[in-house]
Write a protein that binds this ligand. Sequence first.
Ligand code: SAH
Ligand code: SF4
Length: 363
Amino acid sequence: MQNLLDFDAQGLTDWFAAQGEKAFRARQVLRWIHRFGETDFEAMTDVAKSLRAQLHEKACIVPPVPVRDSVSADGTRKWLLDVGSANAIETVFIPETGRGTLCVSSQAGCALDCAFCSTGRQGFNRNLSAAEIIGQLWLANRLLGATPNGERIISNVVLMGMGEPLANFDNVVAALNLMLDDNAYGLSRRRVTVSTSGIVPAIDRLREVCPVALAVSLHAPNDALRDELVPINKKYPLAELMAACRRYLEKAPRDFITFEYVMLDGVNDLDVHARALIALTRDVPCKFNLIPFNPFPDSGFKRSRPERIRRFGKILIDAGIVTTIRKTRGDDVDAACGQLAGQVVDKTRRTERRTVALMEAKS
Ligand code: SAH
Ligand code: SF4
């Protein structure tokens, strides 16, 4: 059975062609699935009866299954989705005045092991399929409904949930294509953001195939510290990352890169770090988004104090860099950045290795 949620427009057209069906039929079905949220081929009334019967036989439309729905006091909503084999992922909806943002996951777990991230702490199980990625938007649209004047509630999508999107490149791009497609969700490139820890060759590929807005998780102003906090830095150090950001801007829908910077008390939040960031990013038009660290058990880090974050931000602002401090949303339901853990069966057995390492360190 082919899950049609796995296809972007091109994929569906190719699959239809293989069944001897024309491209406009694929577009019709794409609209039914993504615009109208239909899962029943019988309800697709403008599709020929014979084709409906054929689809019924060979295909299905199966989104991930929500197993928990939590609503935070601030209106943030978090869904836990079952993706089989004891793996669960999380999707978060953040309502704000004038816009609604859906934060989407791209992997069950993450292999990159950033020191301050609870998803990284769990280890990696597998890439999500395109159906599981776009299925989060499909499902959230259905569960949230529309505004009283019929508009969709989700206006922006950020790939900032569990996982490293650029480590699951093809499936993420198929899902991005659907987000942008007028026959599907029709979002503008500016309203779709991929957040990456900095996989340089994949940033270049994204620029070529689907340049949406880009956020880069910087977290440190020099290689020595970044090697510790974001281990992928050892492979793609800062000079290469900054060069990739400059190249990306040639095609980006916005004229700046967003640098995310988690504020870790006493680790990366001193004035000297802020000044080094100004020098590092001198040739990269950028905005900074400072994220107060969201704690999780045994993380070993503390959140910087609010006045420290403000002062750090002021140093950047005084140097002419637009800087915002991310509001912590949904932390009462563990929906804040870096708190998304779902439940992942760790194929890398990272947790086990870490426990052993901790025991060795203690003895
Ligand atoms: N893997 C991608 C996207 C997912 S994480 C990336 O790393 O960019 C989304 C953002 O949350 C990243 O900037 C990430 O570094 C940050 N983050 C991770 N753990 C966090 C924590 N405990 N507190 C605050 N932000 C965190
Ligand atoms: Fe993976 Fe991003 Fe977490 Fe790093 S911060 S471990 S890349 S999800």
